[in-house]
Design a protein around this ligand. Structure first.
Ligand SMILES: Cc1cc2nc3c(=O)[nH]c(=O)nc-3n(C[C@H](O)[C@H](O)[C@H](O)COP(=O)(O)OP(=O)(O)OC[C@H]3O[C@@H](n4cnc5c(N)ncnc54)[C@H](O)[C@@H]3O)c2cc1C
Length: 476
């Protein structure tokens, strides 16, 4: 871990008042601790030495630049905070420093005649989606954390989340350009205002999916995606492995990839269907959403998926025409996690397994058995499993009982990430969501080797020689 000078928080707060308006600085202990927590509050307790000196809320790129210049001069770590929902520890800090919350960077303008939209990183994802939909456009990224995550956090991770990559790609396929404040405080523009993207070196690509290591994204220009027609389907299976086989079949048959293909294992499906007043599902299930320029095209795609799935042992595969039924099934998926938490009376631990197409069935089996050899996880048994099966991504979930000690919960979470890494390595994949580092740093090093990891660190040094920006995203 890097060493930084120790400062008195009051001195830092006083100096920050010289460069920022009073309302852009939170000094209270509660707000400082609150801005240093992540969704796994049990995973690392915050000790006194990690409480941020201050939380700043700049409302312009210029203010961000001032903060970075100041921090760089004094060698103070700056932690950029979207909403702090990172599930792999990127929003959990191990040093004291300044938390730069982007929540007030919220400009938004749709340039229809240029085919793009420009916005600040501080909007909640759902808000951007709603503002685009009002104008007939689609936001091509759909995380489970849509109501809470910031759009800047999602773009820093380059996650398309629920969406199937083979259908719509990743956010980076839509980002035309960025405004970025470098750790030195210098402001740069990347990319283009043309829908014709730069060929060759394009610095935009360093920052989208840059894990927040190289600069603070303060402005995003994204291509507009016109809204499309939709059609829906569902398939029920006797067991988990058949659902994985069906997805393999879809790829093998060259069936048109859906926008979403979500999975619930039987336990999760039963629980969440009951809450939506749906009839008990006969097994595990996948639900899918196809898109087309016309309804006819979308329906054609769903029918092709049903046809491919039906070549595997399936209880039932069908197109859904009743929108009420679809909405309830989708809601069952979207609200599954809180219901599992309620049922399990505890806090969730979620990991992400990504598979190759060929390995999907074995990968599903390994995921089901992820408690094996893990003393803490075995106390809880098999994980609940849900996820984005069409995107080859699974989320095993453990519920750590509320009455477990923080230490025991922490052990369980560590075991979960250990198993996640082991399984991902076996199937030759890397994480498809949440970014590559923080808790995943050991896996990254193992998966790609120290030469590659060293190169990433060298790139970081070029942009951030004093290592003040999000230094804790690396975990070594
Ligand atoms: C219930 C729940 C469901 C979730 N579902 C999904 C899902 O479906 N798919 C998925 O991928 N993730 C999911 N996540 C994880 C999380 O929401 C994403 O990783 C998201 O990208 C984090 O966004 P955030 O605004 O909370 O970022 P933060 O956690 O605040 O930050 C994440 C990292 O990005 C950096 N960062 C943030 N904003 C900027 C910026 N403007 N410039 C530079 N760096 C920045 C931060 O410094 C940090 O390193 C889920 C989380 C929860 C709690």
């Amino acid at each position: 871990m890097a060493n930084y000078p120790d400062y008195n928080p009051e001195d830092i707060q006083r100096e920050l008042r010289e460069i920022l308006p009073e309302e852009a600085i939170s000094k209270g202990l509660f707000e400082r601790i609150n801005n240093a927590l992540d969704p796994y509050t049990s995973s690392d307790d915050i000790d006194r030495g990690m409480v941020p000196y201050a939380v700043v809320w700049p409302s312009s790129t210029e203010e961000v630049s001032q903060v970075m210049k100041y921090a760089n001069t004094k060698n103070i770590p700056v932690f950029v905070r979207g909403s702090g929902t990172s599930l792999h520890g990127a929003s959990k800090y191990r040093h004291s420093g300044i938390v730069l919350n982007v929540g007030r960077l919220k400009h938004f303008s749709i340039e229809k005649d240029n085919g793009y939209v420009e916005f600040g990183p501080g909007h909640r994802v759902l808000k951007v989606k709603q503002m685009l939909e009002e104008e007939g456009y689609f936001l091509p990224l759909v995380p489970g954390s849509i109501r809470v995550a910031s759009i800047g956090g999602i773009i820093s991770n380059n996650t398309s989340a629920h969406a199937v990559d083979s259908c719509i790609g990743k956010p980076r396929d839509y980002i035309l350009g960025l405004q970025v404040v470098l750790p030195s405080g210098e402001v740069i523009e990347t990319g283009t205002k043309s829908l014709r993207r730069p060929a060759g070196t394009d610095l935009t690509q360093y920052f989208v999916g840059g894990d927040g290591l190289l600069g603070v994204i303060t402005g995003i220009r994204m291509q507009l995606v016109p809204m499309f027609a939709s059609a829906y389907g569902v398939a029920y299976f006797h067991n988990e492995l058949s659902s994985a086989k069906a997805v393999q079949r879809i790829y093998m048959e060259k069936a048109p990839m859906p926008l979403f293909m979500e999975y619930l294992d039987e336990r999760v499906a039963r629980m969440s269907f009951a809450i939506q007043n749906l009839p008990e599902p006969p097994g595990s299930l996948i639900m899918f959403h196809s898109i087309g320029q016309t309804e006819e095209e979308a329906v054609h795609k769903v029918n092709k998926l049903v046809e491919a799935i039906s070549k595997e042992p399936v209880i039932e595969a069908k197109r859904i025409t009743d929108m009420d039924e679809w909405h309830k099934i989708w809601l069952a998926r979207e609200s599954a996690l809180p219901f599992i938490c309620q049922g399990g009376k505890g806090v969730f631990g979620l990991s992400e397994i990504a598979s190759s197409v060929r390995g999907l069935v074995d990968c599903m089996e390994d995921t089901i058995n992820m408690d094996e050899g893990m003393p803490t996880l075995s106390k809880l048994g098999k994980p609940y499993i849900m996820g984005h099966l069409g995107a080859l991504s699974l989320h095993p979930v453990y519920i750590f009982p509320a009455d477990w000690s923080a230490e025991e919960k922490n052990k369980g979470i560590e075991e979960m990430f250990f198993k996640e890494a082991q399984i991902n390595e076996k199937y030759g994949t890397c994480g498809g969501e949440w970014g590559q580092f923080a808790k995943r740093t050991p896996f990254y090093r193992k998966r790609y080797g120290d030469t590659v990891y060293g190169l990433v660190k060298d790139v970081k040094k070029v942009f951030d020689p004093n290592s003040i920006l999000n230094p804790d995203v690396f975990r070594d």
